[in-house]
Design a protein around this ligand. Structure first.
Ligand code: FES
Length: 161
């Protein structure tokens, strides 16, 4: 509804209310388009680390076998544990919402793993990640919990261009 005339609002951008709604919708659509989902099993290296190709653009890769999510989001790449930090349920990507969500108690997370709402009390657990040439290398033997080591959790990404 428009604030002034009570008519049905189509979020056309023709007034302040419409412009806000239009920009909010446009940002959401851009996020959805920017973060497609693929499925891939990482290559196990002799070091025990896992290797993934660097996505050409923003997107998330789910590796069920290694219980890993690798995401490229706005110039940064992250590696997340696939399980929800609350009670270890496998997280899902919701394309219509442009974010991760736990199917068990509905905790919500942004594409960078940060916590939005729900029963979980922290962001998605992260693993150390490095960029080696055109591949991402993840050390799944180390996990950073946001509530136990917030500095390491915050720093657990690699800049990509
Ligand atoms: S197991 Fe994910 S919110 Fe409870």
């Amino acid at each position: 509804m428009h604030e002034n005339d009570g008519s049905e609002c189509t979020a056309c951008g023709g007034c302040d209310t419409g412009r806000r709604e239009f920009l909010s919708t446009a940002a959401r659509v851009a996020l959805l388009l920017a973060v497609p989902l693929t499925w891939r099993t990482g290559i196990a290296l002799a070091s025990g680390k896992l290797q993934y190709p660097l996505p050409a653009s923003d997107g998330a890769t789910i590796d069920k076998e290694n219980e890993m999510i690798v995401a490229r989001v706005q110039g940064k790449a992250y590696a997340f544990a696939l399980s929800c930090p609350h009670q270890r349920t496998m997280l899902r990507w919701l394309p219509d919402e442009g974010r991760f969500q736990c199917p068990k108690h509905k905790s919500k997370y942004r594409p960078d793993g940060s916590f939005i709402s729900g029963r979980a009390t922290r962001g998605m657990d992260r693993h150390p990640i490095t960029l080696e040439g055109s591949t991402l290398v993840v050390d799944s033997s180390i996990t950073y919990r946001e509530d136990q080591d917030p500095a390491a959790w915050q720093a657990a990404f690699v800049a990509v261009s």
